[in-house]
Design a protein around this ligand. Structure first.
Ligand SMILES: Cc1cc2nc3c(=O)[nH]c(=O)nc-3n(C[C@H](O)[C@H](O)[C@H](O)COP(=O)(O)OP(=O)(O)OC[C@H]3O[C@@H](n4cnc5c(N)ncnc54)[C@H](O)[C@@H]3O)c2cc1C
Length: 671
């Protein structure tokens, strides 16, 4: 592990030569994080906390903060800022903050506590995260994340989050992919739920104290900007259809990820891109939109009827062994009848150091490879069997059934309910599925977007995970942002407030509201023949086929053409039933799909531009002889930040160079 003193850069700025996306975008000015810290990496965050101005408690009461999102990122931020005494309004489209998608998180949350004394440290978590992200994340941000990780666990334990404990009462840990230590804290297979309950009770305490007002069943449909600053949102009351204006001194988006652009994903059905896409259209840059995480352990697609896929937590790879038959002829046999010598434990074979715990991008790609070779298992879907085994027979023999049940029982039950098979008796079948997006709105070190006064946290920002997120690091990032980072950075902005009072009659506010009303009327009046859902499914097929696990120049060009045609069809042939003045899920869906279509096109352009393979972005044209991802640091060691180019214009690409001073860039190896 290379550690340097942080005084001199270890790599050069990139100089892109190849440009597959020429003609699809306009080159823009280079982008520099205006608040990037300097100095020794381990002192940057503490120095910044000290340097950022304070807002005195009496003044906090005069400052209005809007937070969109009540998941781990938004819920924790709202609770913390409420506790600090700001006037907070928090929004979610569910009927309770507690139903945010974060509740689905299963496996755990990382922290560099080194409870296992197995060589962990802040620096190792930092290093693993930068390497796991294939050297496409910002060094300072990742170091800060590793640094505050330990505080998160203390905070959550103090809230009463029931993390798993060892016999002696100490908090237990397990391992996740891409690391060789055990640093993942967990609450059985329900870590997200327990953490969210912790954040929720902290939030409700503030609601009771009067510092936070919560708006459930409200969907943000537009960002309000006045004099170049974010000053509020336009939201639709999803029960009555009323269009509401909410104004503030600052707006925080914690609206989650956009993996559902692929239609089928492990995300909650409601997860969408509208909040961030609307902000993007108003000037917030969208960073690395093509970086998508495809999770290796999901229940395989079983047919056309599905609208959602189910994750089987990565924690299962601690004890489960992944294999396929060595011979195609054995693929439809009962797995229990296939003897050891005829099985290919391909991850253990190819990556002896990390085995089944290689990072997600690598495990997913290898699963695809063995299935493409015709060695997949399970029913045929199209021409292929899309499945590999995740086998617990050895673990059950070694630990006993009850120990396995204690660790993973709820996941096994879920698998049995969905597939009708008993995973204690026969190996699970799994296959990769879209799970998480590393892309999102560009933010600086303070988590502020390119729009002054618009901050972005959690999965909604382009985050600290580079081109691939390590397991159990999303919860860490969301809570780091909400409990510890944002409250310390937003004060530098709010120290200049309160800003000039505005009201609903301000022309910019009235215009934002009118645009929302017009758009709703447009959806209701097209009166075509196809549902928003059918457009969404078609978009998802295009994205999965051409911008999924493997991307190529030819495929991406084709996808862009197809998405443009789909967009034209959407705006001429959409049919939305019902009216605005009531609960109307087809109207809600129409708005979300319209935004997904535009995002899908940008994702393909971003993927086309990046002619290298890194993390979750695998370009067929850029691989090593043995099929591993091949980066081109000389050309692509940058964050691609895309500016909205207008309705008929092209997106504008701004590049932020990634300069490393503490870690040397290397081709990743998990062998
Ligand atoms: C099945 C599954 C399991 C996972 N397990 C793990 C794990 O074990 N460990 C880990 O680290 N990560 C895990 N992840 C990833 C992790 O759960 C997410 O990245 C994280 O929870 C995102 O949190 P968030 O607060 O950013 O967003 P979310 O939890 O998605 O919350 C988004 C919030 O924004 C609101 N919102 C969105 N748009 C609007 C709008 N327009 N108007 C109003 N409100 C809006 C929503 O109502 C919601 O309250 C898992 C993901 C999945 C899919």
């Amino acid at each position: 592990m290379a550690a340097h003193d942080g005084s001199s850069p270890l790599n050069q700025p990139s100089h892109q030569v190849s440009d597959d996306a020429r003609g699809y975008y306009t080159p823009g000015e280079p982008l520099v994080d205006p608040v990037a810290p300097v100095g020794p990496i381990e002192r940057r965050w503490s120095q910044r906390k000290f340097d950022n101005r304070l807002v005195n408690p009496a003044n906090r009461r005069k400052l209005d903060v809007i937070i969109v999102g009540t998941g781990l990122a938004g819920g924790s931020a709202a609770a913390t800022m409420g506790e600090q005494g700001y006037n907070v309004k928090v929004f979610c489209y569910q009927d309770s903050p507690r139903r945010a998608h974060s509740i689905a998180a299963q496996g755990g949350i990382n922290a560099a506590k080194n409870y296992k004394e197995d060589g962990d440290s802040i620096h190792r978590l930092f290093y693993d995260t930068v390497k796991g992200g294939d050297y496409r994340s910002r060094e300072s941000n990742v170091y800060r994340l590793a640094e505050v990780s330990a505080n998160i666990i203390d905070q959550c334990v103090a809230q009463g989050v029931p993390f798993a404990r060892e016999y002696g009462g100490l908090l237990d840990n397990r391992s996740f992919g891409g690391v060789q230590v055990s640093r993942t804290f967990y609450a059985r297979g329900q870590t997200g739920q327990q953490l969210l309950i912790g954040a929720y009770q902290a939030l409700e305490r503030q609601v009771a104290a009067g510092t936070v007002t919560q708006y459930t069943r409200h969907e943000m449909l537009e960002l309000v900007m006045v004099d170049g600053k974010a000053r509020g949102i336009i939201a639709r009351n999803m029960v009555t259809g009323e269009i509401e204006t909410h104004l503030a001194d600052v707006v925080v988006l914690a609206s989650g990820g956009y993996g559902n652009v692929f239609y089928l994903s492990t995300n909650a059905m409601g997860s969408n891109v509208t909040a961030t896409w609307r902000a993007h259209r108003k000037g917030a840059y969208m960073a690395n939109p093509c970086y998508t995480q495809i999770h290796p352990t999901c229940i395989p697609v079983s047919g056309q009827h599905q609208s959602k896929l189910t994750l089987m937590s990565e924690s299962l790879r601690n004890d489960g062994r992944i294999w396929v038959p060595k011979r195609k002829e054995d693929c439809d046999k009962d797995p229990r009848d296939i003897p050891e010598e005829d099985r290919d434990y391909y991850l253990e074979r190819i990556y002896p150091s990390f085995g089944n715990l290689v990072p997600r991008d690598i495990a997913s790609r290898q699963a695809k490879n063995v299935c493409d070779e015709g060695r997949g298992v399970g029913p045929m879907v199209g021409d292929f069997r899309r499945g590999v085994y995740l086998d617990f027979a050895d673990a059950i023999k070694r630990l006993g059934r009850s120990a396995v049940e204690a660790k993973y029982g709820n996941l096994f039950d879920m698998y049995a309910r969905i597939t009708g098979e008993d995973p204690y008796e026969t190996p699970m079948r799994i296959y990769p599925a879209v799970h998480y997006v590393m892309g999102g709105l560009w933010v600086d070190y303070h988590l502020q977007s390119t729009i002054p006064g618009l901050f972005v946290t959690g999965e909604a920002n382009f985050s600290d995970h580079g081109a691939n997120r390590l397991g159990a690091s999303a919860l860490m990032q969301g809570l780091a942002d909400g409990y510890f980072v944002l409250p310390n950075t937003i004060r530098e902005y709010l120290a200049d407030g309160p800003f000039e009072r505005i009201d609903e009659s301000h022309p910019a506010v009235a215009e934002a509201r009118a645009s929302v009303e017009e758009r709703i009327q447009k959806f209701l009046s097209i009166n075509g023949t196809r549902s928003a859902d059918s457009f969404h499914r078609e978009l998802g097929n295009i994205m999965w086929e051409y911008c999924g696990m493997e991307r190529s120049e030819e495929g991406l060009r084709k996808a862009i053409d197809m998405i443009r045609e789909l967009k034209a069809a959407f705006w001429s042939d959409l049919r939305v039933l019902g009216t605005n003045e009531s609960i109307n899920q087809s109207l809600e869906k129409a708005g979300r799909v319209a935004d997904f279509i535009e995002l899908g096109e940008l994702m393909c352009i971003d993927a086309l531009n990046r002619r290298e393979s890194c993390g979750g972005h695998f370009r067929a044209e850029s691989q090593t002889e043995d099929g591993e991802a091949l980066r081109h640091d000389d050309e692509f060691a940058y964050v691609a930040a895309w500016e909205w180019g207008g309705e008929d214009g092209q997106p504008v690409l701004h590049k932020e160079d990634l300069i490393y001073t503490a870690i040397e860039m290397k081709q990743r190896s998990y062998k």
